[in-house]
Write a protein of this length. Structure first.
Length: 335
């Protein structure tokens, strides 16, 4: 089969069976979990007692709304911004291994591709904030740009430590390295989270929350200050795309974290021959746990001030990430 045709078919399969259904499940999970944490019922009209159809009902509502374009907006950039954000999110799944043979493209420089493609979302957010012709949107876009750039650095440094420990930039190779993990001749077969990367994992998850602009890092879309920031002027289908992109990004960041720190599709005591069948289930289970942690943080932490947000990245996370690289590299050389 032609390479490009095969790649497109794999992407369609991943988006149709993983990303879009997963985003709807995470949306429903957030609705019910937040309701439980606040001692209320949550959605229960759409879809019967459990309200399982509420995300579908919300999507249908947004799609029916009029697609408005402000008179002062830059029309072409304004229209393109949601697609750029979604493209950066969806392209991440190209290199996520769901099993030994279940990966759309096993790139030797997968980590470089991951870090580069994730930056496209920042461009889409800046496009949305600038092109809307709205001061609140512009301020939100500038906040988002400063925030995403600041937290990409500790994220990159945290991933570098994983690459150093694994000795490869391929995500499949990183999973295999965790499956073959040994210290002092002892075959541990444990994920990196349990073998020296807990600091890197914490840094990565904090940076991921900041990249998603979720509480406590939601300064770019602070409703009480900026009336949704760079999303202020968007409506209808384009707003839906931004909304869906947030939850798809949650899944992508959780999938990357699970691959880098939790062993990805691998689990101890699972036969290697069965990983192509059980691997996707194992990875999805780990992703679900990390998505729950992201939702839990949103509904338990207050919003940070802008100075606190920047200080956390530059004064704490980046120095810690650099120290983490030095420690991991030292142990890698010794062991």
């Amino acid at each position: 089969m032609n390479f490009w045709l095969e790649l497109v078919l794999k992407l369609v399969l991943i988006l149709g069976l993983v990303v879009l259904p997963g985003a709807l499940v995470v949306i429903f999970g957030e609705l019910k979990i937040s309701a439980h944490m606040q001692s209320r019922i949550g959605p229960y009209f759409a879809g019967g007692r459990w309200g399982w159809a509420q995300p579908l009902a919300d999507g249908a509502k947004f799609i029916q709304k009029e697609d408005l374009i402000p008179a002062a907006a830059d029309d072409s950039v304004y229209r393109l911004a949601p697609y750029v954000v979604l493209a950066g999110t969806f392209a991440t799944f190209v290199i996520i291994p769901f099993g030994p043979d279940l990966v759309a493209a096993d790139l030797d420089l997968g980590v470089f591709y991951l870090l580069a493609i994730s930056s496209i979302t920042t461009i889409g957010v800046l496009m949305a904030g600038w092109s809307s012709g709205n001061k609140y949107s512009l301020i939100g876009g500038l906040r988002a740009g400063a925030q995403l750039i600041a937290y990409e650095l500790p994220m990159v440094l945290a991933v570098v430590a994983v690459a150093v420990q694994a000795g490869t930039l391929s995500l499949s190779g990183i999973v295999e390295a965790q499956a073959e993990m040994s210290i002092f001749g002892l075959d541990l077969h444990l994920p990196y989270l349990l073998t020296g990367q807990i600091v890197g994992f914490v840094i990565f998850m904090i940076a991921a929350l900041a990249e998603l602009s979720r509480i406590p890092f939601d300064m770019p879309i602070a409703e009480s200050e900026l009336t949704m920031g760079y999303l202020t002027e968007y409506s209808g289908l384009r707003f839906t795309m931004f909304f869906l992109g947030e939850y798809a990004s949650m899944i992508s960041f959780a999938a990357v974290a699970a691959t880098l720190y939790l062993g990805g599709y691998y689990a101890p005591f699972v036969p290697t021959d069965a990983l192509n069948v059980l691997g996707p289930i194992i990875l999805v289970s780990k992703v679900a746990v990390l998505c729950f942690l992201m939702i839990w943080f949103r509904w338990t932490w207050p919003r940070l001030r802008e100075d606190q947000l920047q200080s956390l990245a530059w004064h704490w996370l980046i120095p810690l990430a650099l120290v983490n690289i030095v420690v991991i590299a030292t142990f890698k050389a010794v062991l």
